[in-house]
Design a protein around this ligand. Structure first.
Ligand code: MCA
Ligand code: AMP
Length: 505
């Protein structure tokens, strides 16, 4: 039986000459394809030596590094389930994820070992390793004792490869289960759709704990045997400095906005580049147009989700239309339905529903919640609101889910409201997204005090900073006497958005 392990597909695409450079980091390190082969084999052998049960989860909360990428590839290679966690998550968030996913292994930064290992061991995790972004920590020490030869575990299309936590309307995160088949089929479609070719070089400047940086970027380069310039953290100047030697760049809109602020971003600097891709959040038409004028390149915008990987894309050869997310990818079914579940006429707005080989298996241990998010005929309800025009271009016009996308990260108002409402003296709160020139959208909190209580907005924010990942913290907090409500008593967040939309203009 042929091995459907995603790692086997990626490995097969490595160049013949394994001594070529696969990854070059911004602090001057160079990793050959042989380094990737040996490093992932040793890490896979370490995992295999732990006697883990099939489907065991490997939870990883470490700073971005090539070794962290090798740990992801080794998890696939050994046939386990990779669970990446945003490095900004704090105690309560990690407690939830570890409690929900029950990982057999946790890998954290050396600095966080104290509190993360306590949470992990209490949840029944038997192995906690450390990995620093400077190649320190117990993980690599232990892996060094293992053989650098490893045969990839035989996996089927339907076997789990990763769990990515995301949320819908509820405040609690859900683990989206992605299979080897979901990931490989999507990577294969994108390879041809985006014209990956011999000699391509990718600039990788995204975090690797989300779909964009971990799957779309890494799989894109590896499945084409392409070199990556690897930035530990986005820096506009460093990206621009690399453009003359690269051909492909992927980013969220904030990255494009920040590069446009750099005088070094010129047509000349971009001459060698072939493709700029944007996604994860809406790319403003002004950013799309400014990029085109400044560099001569037309950004290719695409749309995806943790639950579905990539769904639509502007064409590589055809017209890339600013403000749209292009066409459904080959194999992706996309339809727009109204609240009664009827197809809306072409050009009309409705709820976007999708189906296809990239659509996930469901939410980890939440069969009920999973069922709610699919229609009876098996289409996944994205929670995005949009339309398809007469030429087939998809436009996303909003979201029916209560979600703020800030600098490409998802912020769930329900989760933040829950924390604010638990604070002493708070009667109720509402968190809404307002436009922001850098992050695209940021959260603003509107809070009502309990009768007789005096609330200091700054104090509420400071308390939140000690509890939640920094990117989730509302950028502004107002204490008010009342929240606008509709006849059913539901807070009218649209009115709050309208009221505060000029805050960061
Ligand atoms: C940092 N801060 C943020 C964000 N990032 N606040 C709101 N939103 C953010 N995204 C906070 C920091 O904690 C700090 O606050 C202050 O803002 C300034 O930080 P700064 O240095 O400007 O931020 P940064 O470290 O430069 O990060 C900005 C960033 C980063 C580079 C845009 O957010 C990023 O890499 N975003 C990419 C997210 C991503 O990969 N999304 C893909 C999801 P303080 O000083 O108080 O600490 S996958 C997906 O959506 C689907 C599947 C798809 O289609 O791809
Ligand atoms: P995530 O939950 O991280 O998978 O984020 C997926 C969500 O990001 C989608 O449901 C959309 O709301 C949003 N998204 C992704 N790409 C785009 C895009 N190009 N334009 C607008 N929204 C996008």
């Amino acid at each position: 039986m042929d091995n459907r392990n995603l790692f086997a597909a990626l490995r097969a695409a490595f160049p013949q000459d394994l001594d070529g450079i696969a990854v070059e980091t911004d602090d001057g390190l160079a990793y050959s394809w042989r380094d990737l082969e040996r490093g992932t084999a040793m890490l896979a052998n370490l995992l295999a030596s732990l006697g883990l049960e099939a489907g065991a989860r490997i939870a990883v909360q470490v700073e971005k590094s090539v070794e962290a990428m090798m740990l992801y590839l080794a998890t696939l290679r050994a046939g386990y389930v990779f669970l990446p966690l945003n490095t900004a998550y704090q105690k309560a968030e990690i407690e939830y994820f570890v409690g929900n996913a029950e990982p057999a292994v946790v890998v954290c930064t050396p600095a966080n070992f104290g509190w993360v290992s306590k949470i992990a061991f209490q949840a029944g995790t038997r192995h906690v390793f450390t990995l620093g972004d400077d190649r320190t920590g117990s993980l690599l020490e232990r892996a060094a004792r293992h053989s650098d030869r490893h045969t990839p575990a035989v996996m089927g299309d339907d076997d789990l490869a990763a769990i990515l936590y995301t949320s819908g309307t509820t405040g609690r995160s859900k683990g989206a289960m992605l299979t080897h088949g979901n990931l490989r089929s999507n990577a294969e479609v994108l390879k041809s759709y985006w014209g990956w070719r011999e000699g391509d070089v990718l600039i990788h400047a995204l975090p690797i704990f989300h779909v964009h940086g971990l799957f779309v970027a890494i799989h894109g380069a590896l499945l084409n045997g392409s070199k990556m310039f690897w930035l530990g953290k986005f820096d506009p100047k460093k990206v621009i400095a690399r453009l003359p030697e690269a051909t492909v760049f992927m980013g969220v809109p904030t990255l494009y906005v920040r590069m446009l602020a750099e005088p070094a971003l010129t047509r000349e600097a971009c001459r060698h580049m072939r493709l700029f891709i944007s996604g994860s959040a809406p790319l403003l038409l002004e950013t799309f147009n400014e990029w085109q004028e400044r560099t001569g390149h037309t950004i290719l915008e695409r749309y995806g989700m943790s639950e579905t990987v990539m769904l639509t894309s502007n064409p590589y050869e055809g017209e890339r239309r600013g403000g749209t997310v292009g066409f459904p990818l080959p194999g992706v079914g996309l339809r727009v339905r109204d609240d009664q579940g009827q197809d809306v006429p072409t050009g009309e707005i409705g709820g976007i529903q999708v189906k296809g080989p990239g659509v996930f298996k469901g939410y980890w241990r939440m069969p009920e919640k999973t069922k709610e998010e699919f229609t009876v005929d098996g289409w996944f309800k994205t929670g995005d609101v949009g339309k398809v025009d007469a030429r087939g271009y998809v436009t996303i016009v909003g979201r029916s889910k209560d979600l703020i996308i800030s600098g490409g990260y998802n912020v769930y108002p329900a989760e933040i409201e829950g924390y604010i409402n638990d604070m002493p003296g708070v009667a109720e709160s509402a968190v809404v997204g307002v436009p922001h020139p850098d992050f695209g959208e940021v959260g603003v909190a509107v809070v009502i005090a309990k009768p007789g209580s005096k609330l200091q907005p700054e104090a509420l924010i400071t308390t939140l900073k000690g509890q939640l990942a920094n990117f989730k913290i509302p950028k502004k907090c107002f204490v008010v006497d009342a929240l606008p409500r509709n006849t059913m008593g539901k807070v009218q967040k649209n009115l709050l958005r309208e009221q505060h939309k000029g805050l960061f203009a």
